[in-house]
Design a protein around this ligand. Sequence first.
Ligand SMILES: C[S@@+](CC[C@H](N)C(=O)[O-])C[C@H]1O[C@@H](n2cnc3c(N)ncnc32)[C@H](O)[C@@H]1O
Length: 293
Amino acid sequence: MAMKLKEALKWILDENDLNKLIKSYDIIGDIIVIKSHPELESKMDIIAEALHEIHPRVRTIATVALYARTHELYRTRELHIIWGDDNLETTHRESGCIFKVDLRQVFFSPRLSYERMRIARKVSPAETIINTFSGAGCFSIIIAKFQPQTKIYSIDVNPHAYEYMKENVALNNVDGRVIPILGDASEELKRLEGVADRVIMPLPEHACSFLPLAVRALKIDAGGVIHYYDVSFGRKGDDLFRAPLERVRDIISSTFGDSLSIELEDARILRSVAPRKYHVVLDLHVKWKIHNP
Ligand SMILES: C[S@@+](CC[C@H](N)C(=O)[O-])C[C@H]1O[C@@H](n2cnc3c(N)ncnc32)[C@H](O)[C@@H]1O
């Protein structure tokens, strides 16, 4: 896709502009979202025309500034329409599921599709799961579709995300198995103490501060798995998991002393989010050595 865009523009933009063009973009339902370089603002309508020729079925093309600020709590970014209508609500298909979202109001990234399936494949039948930062419910719904006997408490603090999550639960026929909860993860995790086989924490910037509560939400006797997302700094080839794992061990030992065992089951780099800055995930198996009431 990226090559097609560059190809389409190579006789229209000069070399300098082509080098600034952010060639990869997301197609979410019938909307394209492309990052815009500050020095290419005046060329965005030309870029939109080229994108529309490549993807004639797309209804709307929107840009997000290369250095756009992300809403601190809801993780959304400001979008500007450069082609098509102003409506940023769309329906996206992924892994046999349907997700309805308004991109202005709710975080959604199709780039997490592999990660969502990766987690779904790890889930065993009849697990109880807590998704602490659910957005429109994507991780939870995909898990419920692939493992029908699971029960997934799905928390989000953004009322728009909660409304879309409820709609998506109905659209995907997973009512009663995905349980949408509007609230702050720290408050809701306290209510869910000792219930979970698995906790998913897809909020790389802040998941660490919820870690002690996530541990307490796991079943006391059996322990469980925490999918812990974090930010890591370094170069390609560095051990990008070392600092997040140390952070986990520090938080756990300062909260629970030596009463827990933590095993790293798996780890992966999700994506580079800025030069030398990565989102990573650690799959942690956590178990009480001695129960800490
Ligand atoms: C990166 S998005 C999650 C994406 C989602 N898992 C998906 O697959 O689309 C993070 C979400 O966490 C929510 N959030 C942020 N802080 C929160 C908190 N303290 N409690 C509950 N939800 C929170 C945001 O509203 C946002 O929807």
